[in-house]
Write a protein that binds this ligand. Structure first.
Ligand SMILES: *Cc1c(COP(=O)(O)O)cnc(C)c1O
Length: 399
């Protein structure tokens, strides 16, 4: 049987290669930091989710090592059999405290948190009202639930309201949104969303993966930024981005919701416990966030310096106060070719970033998505700007 199947896959693979959709993976030959080694060459990294620069922070590495020495490597169990340590409970309590939520349940990844949150909570009498551009893991998680599904146009509050009206006869309603959408850096207007939720008797779930730890005055995320922490019912997020960048995810929320998920959520019940090493490191990350304002301040000054610098050079940059900085080329002819060409030349100049074009983003919206990190120095930001000026000029992309 496999002969014919393999043949089909080879043909499909060739086809996506020809369309330029094949994802090549660049091999890093060094730890994650502002500077990384790729193909034997040192380059500045502007495309990681290492927002707070904690992925290789010596304090975090030391905490992971210490926990590894004290607790060993793995647990070889799911949580409810013999896979819950005092560390897991401690991290869950600290995350709840940090986010201002009642309780937290850990998962192996945010992908699992989203995969396991909808199906246990919402049956066929309930409705999920979800932003069109929500993360793939939300889309998959929603598909697993028996609940009715209503998709609203991206950030369109009028459409959200009309979908809430459509769902008026459902027993329970849940509005679902990313806190910050990672392709455009646009935040969900959680104050408006919570107002609509109150008006139409709905609950609110925010996936804050691109915000937890660094959005809002003290890094508590998008709910903090919009002043709605006590109005959001469920937060899902990741330990794999700002909070150390290794692996792990979680769902935080109302006490009964989390208790129910521990009983019913399949990626939690039937998948291994998060390694203790990650619990130890994540608690060190939270300690740093509580006690040391420096990483958050540095990230904010870096993203503003980089965004302003690109604007001053004449690039078109999405204006959000966020570490994601999309440099847009849609107003140029052949925007996709330009974005890819510039990203490729930037790598030659020692700047590692990625061009995105259709079908990852809509046609005519090609971009290079830069991500600032607290790990960058002012000098490294300026080197990035100098390279953008040189390469942008070459490609006729300035002004
Ligand atoms: C990255 C991301 C995830 C997945 O996080 P993992 O912990 O890596 O599985 C989920 N949701 C959003 C919005 C993300 O950006």
């Amino acid at each position: 049987m496999y002969g014919k199947f393999g043949e089909t896959l080879r043909r499909e693979l060739d086809s996506i290669r020809e369309q330029g959709l094949y994802k090549e993976e660049r091999l890093l030959e060094s730890p994650k930091g502002a500077e990384i080694t790729v193909g034997g060459k040192k380059v500045l990294n502007f495309c990681a989710n290492n927002y707070l620069g904690l992925a290789s922070d010596p304090r975090v590495v030391a905490a992971a090592r210490k926990t590894l020495d004290q607790w060993g490597y793995g647990l070889s169990s799911v949580r409810f059999i013999c896979g819950t340590t005092t560390l897991h409970k401690q991290l869950e309590a600290e995350l709840s405290d940090f986010l201002g939520m009642e309780d937290t349940i850990l998962y192996a990844a945010a992908f699992d948190a989203n995969g396991g949150v909808f199906e246990p909570l919402l049956d066929k009498n309930s409705a999920i009202i979800t932003d069109q551009l929500n993360h793939a893991s939300i889309i998959d998680g929603v598909r697993l639930a028996k609940a009715r599904r209503y998709i609203y146009d991206h950030l369109d509050m009028n459409h959200l309201e009309s979908q809430l009206r459509e769902a008026a006869d459902a027993e329970f309603r849940l509005i679902v949104t990313d806190g910050v959408f990672s392709m455009d850096c646009d935040p969900a207007p959680l104050n408006d969303i919570c107002d609509l939720a109150d008006k139409h008797q709905a609950m609110v779930l925010v996936d804050d993966s691109h915000a937890t730890g660094f959005v809002g005055p003290t890094g508590r995320g998008t709910p903090e930024a919009f002043g709605v922490t006590d109005r959001v019912d469920i937060i899902t997020s990741t330990l794999g981005k700002a909070l150390g960048g290794a692996l792990g995810g979680f769902t935080s929320g109302r006490k009964e919701i989390i208790e129910w998920l521990r009983q019913k959520s399949r990626p939690y019940l039937f998948s291994n416990s998060v390694p203790m090493m990650i619990c130890g490191a994540a608690m060190e990350v939270l300690r740093i966030l509580r006690e040391d304002p420096e990483p958050l301040q540095k990230l904010n000054s870096n993203q503003r310096r980089l965004r302003q610098g690109l604007c001053d050079l004449g690039f078109t940059v999405n204006k959000c106060d966020h570490a994601i900085i999309p440099v847009m080329f849609g107003h140029h002819e052949n925007d996709a070719v330009m974005a890819q060409g510039i990203a490729s030349d930037l790598l030659d100049e020692g700047i590692y970033c990625i061009g995105f074009s259709f079908p990852v983003v809509p046609r005519g919206m090609a971009r290079i998505r830069l991500q600032a990190s607290a790990a960058h120095s002012d000098e490294q930001i300026d080197r990035c700007l100098a390279a953008f000026e040189k390469v942008g000029r070459k490609h006729g992309a300035l002004g």
